[in-house]
Design a protein around this ligand. Structure first.
Ligand code: FPP
Length: 258
């Protein structure tokens, strides 16, 4: 049979990294990792390249981190690919970023299918250009029954807007007597968010040295461990992901307790 795993096979893991991974696997691996993939523009600038070259390299990085997340047994990988505020960027740059899901999926979808990865999204995806939405919907459809890693793209996503939308729907359901206001709990509210049914992230990674959350999963990050690195997203490697999880495993999560 023709082997679809071209990229998966090409990206071999060094024996020293494999050793670190084996150690990691003896403790609990974060179930849900969310990443703010930042620094594509600066990565390109440093090399006198146009910003879009940084985004292209960033897309390649998404491939290797997806593969590594799968190998580590992570259940959900949420990637902040485009915020509701990113439309303010120059038109050409926005157009290029909007071509990335297609570029990524046209080469990588067969491997994702083969590796049992399920593609999902959060964000106002109906406002994406038709070609972007088509590629995304096709990937979601083709992987909907997969039971492995959930590769969740945040596209045209903004957390405050997500929360407001949830509040409005909840108020409507209360008005219609579908819900009694006294019954509103954390869990119920979470079910009105775009991440409905998904566990909150255990670990948030932000690359490029910025120490902000930038309107990303504000409700869902309440008890998430945060890890920041100076590394620009296109340079983020399998080793960096392993390092982030090593740090995570050495943290004590108390969820407000002692
Ligand atoms: C932020 O870096 C990055 C983005 C807004 C785009 C992120 C997109 C990708 C990494 C590729 C996504 C791939 C798929 C498959 C959807 P920046 O441009 O703000 O960098 P800067 O702060 O250095 O200018």
């Amino acid at each position: 049979m023709f082997n679809k795993l071209t990229f998966w096979k090409k990206r071999a893991i060094s024996s020293s990294l494999q050793e670190r991974i084996n150690v990691l696997k003896q403790q609990s691996i974060p179930e849900h990792i969310a990443i703010i993939m930042d620094g594509n523009g600066r990565w390109a600038k440093k090399r006198n390249l146009p910003r879009i070259a940084g985004h292209h390299e960033g897309m390649k990085c998404v491939k290797r981190i997806t593969k590594m997340a799968d190998e580590l047994g992570i259940k959900v990988l949420t990637l902040y690919a485009f915020s509701t505020e990113n439309w303010k960027r120059p038109k050409k740059e926005v157009e290029y970023i909007m071509s990335l899901p297609e570029q990524f999926l046209s080469t990588f979808l067969p491997e994702l299918i083969e590796k049992n990865v399920k593609v999902t999204s959060i964000g106002y995806t109906e406002q994406l250009p038709a070609h972007t939405l088509k590629a995304l919907e096709n990937a979601k459809e083709k992987t909907k029954d997969n039971t492995g890693l959930i590769l969740n793209f945040a596209l045209n996503y903004g957390s405050r807007s997500e929360i407001l939308y949830a509040v409005k729907n909840l108020v409507n359901d209360c008005k219609n007597n579908d819900i009694d206001a006294h019954d509103i709990t954390d869990e119920l509210f979470s079910s009105y968010l775009m991440t409905e049914g998904m566990a909150d992230p255990d670990l948030l990674i932000r690359t490029s040295g910025e120490l902000r959350i930038s309107n990303f999963m504000l409700w869902q990050l309440a008890y998430t461990e945060l890890w920041f690195t100076e590394v620009f997203w296109p340079d983020f490697s399998e080793e960096h992901l392993v390092e982030a999880i090593e740090v995570f495993q050495n943290r004590q999560r108390r969820f407000g307790g002692v």
